[in-house]
Ligand binder design. Structure first.
Ligand code: M6R
Length: 605
């Protein structure tokens, strides 16, 4: 949920840290801070801290006024869990003798117990955070070597953490370690960069070491050494990341979200690529025919937008493959004792590959012998490393908190999975296989209507409530459209299966209530029209998204999308919904990329 950065090299690290934090700000943005190791004239060292409640831009102003510098430093952008956003609760935190500085992403579950013990030993605490126990615990175990003290201290921690540590006692090094929170180290020329995620490194290097749980790195100028918790050296190789720097920058767009909406045709094309030729998809996944034929149940487990992509997959897979599919919210799945066996396929969908609940669900399924497949956008993420099989969507870095292109690439991947399984099971899906190749072009056609969608947004942005309705394949996408609207425009919004409205929610429809209706399924066309008629009678204003010819008495605003099989229509109907949410958020002068209370990567439960 928070973003951490670090630098060890010959440059002054302040701008490197601040730049890195700017590109990680999507992970948390209620406060930020940096710490540098500063050498004094008498060859002693000081840990200089500059931190503030607010955004990285506020920190940049403070850092300039404060005049902080140094060649080794750590930084943090926070999404508060323990302790309100405030200067004092911002990271970095130091031990009570101000000799050890730490930035932390994650939650220390036993911090109260540890804090009591440390207070009894005479340590003082300044903040309300769980993190502050870490530097004090390291200090308490320090006997001349920061790495050893860190290994001993982290063995006492319960919960999740990615931490970077600097100490005045060993001023030429940084120690980093992790458990259940991501941490990577970029290798530059005679310098190293630490970060929670790839976008913070792309400016400097594409050579990345991915730290595993329980591993430690000691980083010095020109030298990095990896250890396990038994202090044994590890031989780790770096990976080369193929994301370009432009992919992680705005490139002329006012916001990442708009850029990412417009990147969808490319993202979908790259994800589909030639995966459906010669059964490449399954052979690259290393899933064999025998297993496909033995599957008796599929779980799709995910959170938020990814879960909505899963819901669209359920309808499709059940219809064609006749295999029962359950879609679960990961935070529910992990505690509901699901029925799992070796013929179960568990698919986890996650853009970040780090979502704590999705990861826990994956681990549960593995422990009960299910085969696990991760569909993720993040190379080397924890979920990708732990699943039996992994497919990487090719969305490129998604920076805006509101997920857009990741959703569409997740849909494309589930569709490809269904088609590939169908071929093994001798089910004819020739038409769908041809159609999937055309979807990227069709997305482009809708994007050309963005100005028109902005004019609709202008009529709607002052509303307090909105509803989304759809039947069949149009229901899961309505859930996703509704999520987009509420998370970035703060308009209260709910999505219903259109037939369900009259069982209660229709009581909320009154004159002028905006309802976004989607109709893409011929089989359900007349049923959907009846539902629209019911809300029009009660005064609703209807925005209709459709690829059918529909009488103008059924809508106030019409958004036409290209024709396609209804099975794939979510990939198209979501585009106007994303654009509508985006423009409404802009018209309300909100921060589209960093909506309140949210973070991009939810690495806590
Ligand atoms: O990284 P993940 O795909 O696992 O993230 C899941 C959700 O947290 C995410 O989709 C969230 O709902 C987004 N803010 C939606 O726009």
């Amino acid at each position: 949920m928070c973003g951490i950065v670090g630098y060890v090299g010959k440059k002054d690290c302040v701008n490197v840290l601040l730049d890195g934090l700017s590109s990680l700000e999507y992970r948390g943005y209620d406060s930020a801070g940096i710490l540098t190791m500063q050498k004094n004239n008498n060859n002693t060292y000081n840990l200089n801290i500059c931190k503030t409640k607010g955004r990285v831009n506020d920190l940049k102003i403070s850092a300039k006024q404060f005049g902080i510098s140094g060649c080794i430093g750590i930084g943090h952008t926070r999404w508060a869990t323990h302790g309100e956003p405030s200067d004092i609760n911002s990271h970095p935190h130091m031990d009570s003798t101000s000799s050890i500085g730490v930035v932390h992403n994650g939650i220390i579950e036993n911090y109260l117990e540890l804090k009591d013990t440390l207070i009894n030993k005479g340590y003082a605490f300044a903040s309300q955070t769980d993190t502050e126990v870490i530097p004090n615990l390291i200090k308490d175990n320090y006997t001349g070597n920061t790495l050893d003290a860190t290994i001993t201290a982290t063995a006492l921690l319960k919960g999740s953490y990615a931490i970077a540590i600097v100490s005045k006692e060993n001023p030429d090094e940084m120690i980093v370690t992790k458990k259940d929170s991501p941490l990577i180290i970029g290798k530059g020329d005679n310098e190293y960069f630490v970060a929670s995620d790839i976008p913070a490194l792309l400016k400097h290097t594409n050579k990345v070491y991915i730290l595993e749980d329980g591993e430690f790195a000691k980083i010095k100028l020109n030298e990095i050494t990896f250890f396990n918790s038994n202090k044994m050296k590890l031989d780790k190789k770096y990976k080369e990341i193929n994301w370009s720097l432009e992919a992680a920058e705005k490139c002329g767009y006012p916001d990442f979200m708009l850029k990412e909406i417009f990147e969808q045709p490319t993202a979908v094309r790259k994800t589909i690529n030639d995966n459906l030729k010669n059964n490449k998809f399954l052979s690259e996944l290393k899933i064999d025919d025998k297993f496909v034929k033995s599957i008796n149940k599929i779980y799709i487990v995910a959170c938020g937008t990814a879960m909505h992509a899963g819901l669209s997959g359920k309808n499709l897979i059940e219809r064609y493959l006749k295999i029962p599919v359950e879609v679960d919210i990961a935070s529910e799945f992990r505690y509901r004792h699901p029925i799992i066996n070796e013929n179960t396929l568990m698919i986890t969908l996650s853009q970040s590959g780090e979502t704590a609940d999705t990861l826990a669900a994956l681990r549960l399924a593995k422990s009960e012998n299910a085969k696990t497949l991760a569909i993720t956008n993040s190379i080397g993420s924890t979920i990708s490393r732990e699943a039996d099989h992994v497919f990487y969507t090719q969305a490129g870095p998604e920076i805006a908190v509101a997920s857009t292109k990741a959703y569409n690439t997740q849909l494309a991947t589930i569709y490809m999975l269904m088609i590939s399984f169908a071929e093994i099971l001798n089910i004819d899906v020739t038409k769908l296989k041809q159609e999937i190749e055309t979807m990227a072009n069709k997305i482009e056609i809708i994007l050309n209507q963005s100005e028109y969608i902005e004019t609709i947004a202008k009529t709607m942005f002052k509303e307090k409530d909105a509803f989304f309705l759809g039947r069949g394949y149009d229901y899961p996408v309505s859930l996703e459209g509704s999520l987009k609207l509420k998370e970035i425009s703060y308009i209260h919004s709910e999505a219903y299966a259109a037939g369900e409205l009259k069982h209660g929610p229709i009581a909320l429809i009154e004159t002028g209530t905006y309802v976004i209706c989607t109709i893409t399924d011929n089989e359900l066309l007349n049923k959907s029209l009846s539902n629209i008629q019911e809300i029009i009678t009660r005064g609703a204003k209807v925005i209709l998204i459709t690829n059918k010819k529909i009488d103008s008495k059924y809508y106030d605003y019409l958004i036409e999308i290209p024709d396609c099989p209804s099975e794939f229509s979510s990939m198209l109907s979501i585009i106007p919904m994303q654009l509508l949410a985006y423009y409404i958020s802009k018209l309300k002068n909100l921060d589209v990329d960093k909506p309140r209370n949210l973070a991009k990567s939810v690495t806590v439960e």
